[in-house]
Design a protein around this ligand. Structure first.
Ligand code: HEM
Length: 165
């Protein structure tokens, strides 16, 4: 069991002792800094716990069923939502720690750049979040991850705002 702190100053001390060939080995106090702290990303741990792709595709189906009837969002999306669904599902699978098919097929996510053609203000962001929250609540596999995923979507959607209301 390693009790080192995740980051910051590490202080290691040992008592002096006799070596096998009877030399005195002095005590040491070693100071070191961990320059690469391991930061736990709870979003990237979700896929493993969900365990399979299917709930992600269900989530995206539910989400887009909402978008189809949303007066604010519907005009932004293409008429045929098949590709849009696939891209969002693959992105979410990748972001939560699953397979990387999204980037293998579409390159770096560049999400802000990819959203620039669509005017996104607070109204659009709120509409998107409402649909996503409703969709999340409909997929039981995400129940243990509601807090993590809602916070992730909230932060991400806010980051995508690209126009004043
Ligand atoms: C803030 C409100 C948002 C609006 C209004 C919005 C709108 C859109 C639109 C209109 C598209 C294009 C669909 C298409 O061409 O098929 C799109 C694509 C996409 N959006 Fe959003 N989006 C929002 C937030 C988000 C968030 C929070 C995420 C991820 C957490 C996300 C992930 C994606 C992905 C992965 C794509 C497909 C990109 C690609 O590979 O082409 N969006 N979004």
């Amino acid at each position: 069991m390693c009790n080192k702190p995740q980051y910051g100053l590490v202080v290691e001390t040992s008592l002096g002792y006799k070596s096998n060939d009877n030399r005195d080995v002095p005590s040491v106090t070693r100071l070191s800094t961990n320059t690469m702290p391991e930061i736990f990303d709870p979003v990237a741990a979700v896929y493993k716990q969900v365990g399979e792709d299917k709930p992600f595709f269900t989530l995206v189906d539910k989400f887009y069923a909402g978008v189809e009837n949303d007066l604010i969002l519907r005009p932004l999306y293409p008429e045929d939502l098949t590709e849009s669904k696939l891209h969002l599902a693959l992105f979410l699978i990748q972001r939560t720690g699953g397979r990387t098919t999204y980037s293998d097929e579409r390159g770096h996510p560049r999400m802000r750049a990819r959203h620039l053609p669509f005017p996104i203000g607070t109204n659009e962001k709120n509409a998107w979040m409402n649909n996503m929250k409703k969709a999340l609540a409909m997929v039981p596999e995400f129940e243990p991850h509601l807090g993590t995923l809602t916070e992730f979507f909230e932060t991400f959607a806010t980051f995508l705002i690209n126009k004043p209301n």
